[in-house]
Write a protein that binds this ligand. Structure first.
Ligand SMILES: [Zn+2]
Ligand SMILES: [Zn+2]
Length: 223
């Protein structure tokens, strides 16, 4: 691919240079960036990026590496590395990006906040769907008066849900660092909680209905 830049003799600005498919995918694909779970636990430079297809790739920000095939076999920065850089605020989200087009999962599961580029080159914080953060007063995770205690905990606890490629299966990362597999079709969960509908199952159900994660068939609900 030839680099056809409008301003010959001059380097393109960061924004212009970054408009390519991988950057668009990094900003809009459904991906979850996790910074303190599994292989990314206890290593500040490591992040686990889980895609909607269920693949999980380890990104090493110190080495500038991702284990996905795109990054391994091509001299490019893959969409996972770009996503991590945006999600943790290391790279400002370009100002041409419509906030509505950003993946809803953006920055939800990492400690740092994404930054939004501004005209003067500085950065400001962008707030991305604050309703998903623990303790909202409105939105799908707000606690309603008629919620029973288990539904309340399902909404309030720091739980991450990832879609797996297997039909109806979701991986649920609990605040304690444990990972459970929920089967929304069979209505089962691998946790030891001996009730008909544990909080993990409830949380997956709530997030599907709210369009926060793909439905069992892998598609996002219509907005
Ligand atoms: Zn990658
Ligand atoms: Zn459970």
């Amino acid at each position: 691919m030839s680099s056809n830049i409008d301003t010959p003799g001059e380097r393109a600005t960061t924004d212009e240079a970054e408009i390519d498919d991988r950057t668009v995918a990094a900003l809009t694909d459904v991906m979850t960036v996790l910074d303190s779970i599994g292989r990314a636990a206890d290593a500040p430079e490591l992040y686990l990026v889980v895609s909607s297809s269920g693949s999980a790739y380890l990104v090493d920000t110190a080495e500038g590496r991702c284990e996905c095939p795109d990054d391994t076999h091509r001299p490019v920065e893959c969409k996972h590395r770009r996503r991590v850089a945006f999600a943790i605020g290391e790279r400002p989200i370009p100002k041409w990006v419509d906030p509505v087009a950003l993946d809803d999962q953006f920055g939800l599961h990492v400690d740092a906040d994404p930054r939004r580029a501004v005209a003067d080159g500085g950065g400001v914080r962008i707030s991305v769907d604050e309703s998903n953060v623990t303790g909202p007063t409105s939105g799908p995770l707000a606690v309603e008066a008629d919620d029973d205690p288990r539904t309340e905990r399902a909404k309030q606890e720091d739980i991450d849900v990832s879609f797996l490629a297997k039909p109806g299966r979701y991986e649920v990362y609990s605040a304690s660092g444990r990972v459970y597999e929920v089967d929304i079709v069979e209505k089962t969960c691998s946790c030891p909680d001996d009730v008909a509908r544990c909080k993990h199952l409830r949380r997956v159900d709530i997030e599907i209905r709210a369009g926060m994660i793909p439905r069992p068939d892998g598609r996002l609900p219509d907005a």
